[in-house]
Design a protein around this ligand. Structure first.
Ligand code: URA
Length: 205
C-alpha cells in the first residue's frame, strides 16, 4: 500500500486559505499569504513561498525580493498594479539561525499539497501568461517535478491553454555571490517580463 508522507493531507479541501492544513507548514508560519492583484490580470507571477517580510505582512513580494521584482517590472514597462502576484507555496518555511528565521526550500510534497491553491487561482483569474519565478514555481505550474529551469527559459511554454515563461527567482539575482551572475539573472528576469508583456499585447482583443 502506498504510504502518504507525514503531515500531508490531500483529503483536506479547505474553502479558505487560513484554514489550510494540507501540509504542516502552517504550524511555524505567522499566517498564510494569499496572492494579490486584480481579478482579471492577464499576467500572473508565481514565486516560491513567502519570505520573512511576507509572512509578517500577509502579502506576497513585499520584502527585498519584492523590491527587485518591482524594479524589473518597471524596467520592462509592466505596471505591477495590473499583475497578479502569488506563490507556489503559501506558508513561509524556515529554520532558526540565532534570532533569525532562515528561508528553507519547500519539499516537493509541500509544493504538491499547495498546488490545490494555485489551481484555484488559475481558474479564478484565468491569466493569459504566467511567469514562473524559479524552479519551484515552474515545477508547480507545469506539474513536472523533474523540469529544469535553465532548459525551460527563453521560450513561451504552452500549458493548459495559457503560456508559461520561466525565469530566475528574484532572490537568485539578489543573493548570488558574484556580481556578474546577479546582473545577468536580473537581465533575464527583465527580459522574461518584457516577453510576457509582448505576448499579452499581441493577443489583446
Ligand atoms: N520570495 C518568494 O518566492 N515569494 C515572496 O512572496 C517573497 C519572496
Amino acid at each position: 500500500m502506498a504510504t502518504r508522507p507525514i503531515g500531508i493531507r490531500p483529503d483536506q479541501q479547505p474553502e479558505r486559505l487560513d484554514q489550510c492544513r494540507r501540509c504542516l507548514l502552517w504550524e511555524a508560519a505567522t499566517q498564510a499569504v494569499p496572492g494579490a492583484g486584480p481579478q482579471h490580470a492577464p499576467l500572473m507571477l508565481v514565486g516560491e513561498q513567502p519570505g520573512d517580510h511576507e509572512d509578517l505582512q500577509g502579502k506576497p513580494f513585499v520584502g527585498p525580493a519584492g523590491a527587485l521584482l518591482d524594479q524589473a517590472l518597471d524596467e520592462a514597462g509592466v505596471d505591477r498594479s495590473r499583475v497578479y502576484v502569488t506563490n507556489a507555496v503559501k506558508h513561509f518555511k524556515w529554520e532558526p539561525r540565532g534570532k533569525r528565521r532562515m528561508h528553507k526550500t519547500p519539499a516537493q510534497r509541500e509544493v504538491d499539497a499547495c498546488h490545490y491553491w494555485i489551481e484555484r487561482e488559475l481558474a479564478e483569474h484565468d491569466p493569459k501568461v504566467v511567469v514562473a519565478l524559479g524552479v519551484t514555481a515552474l515545477k508547480s505550474i507545469l506539474q513536472k517535478p523533474a523540469v529544469k529551469l535553465q532548459a525551460s527559459m527563453g521560450v513561451a511554454i504552452k500549458h493548459d491553454g495559457r503560456l508559461v515563461i520561466a525565469t530566475f527567482h528574484p532572490s537568485y539575482a539578489l543573493r548570488s555571490p558574484d556580481a556578474e551572475t546577479r546582473e545577468s539573472a536580473y537581465r533575464a528576469i527583465v527580459e522574461a517580463f518584457r516577453h510576457a508583456h509582448q505576448l499579452i499585447e499581441k493577443h489583446a482583443p
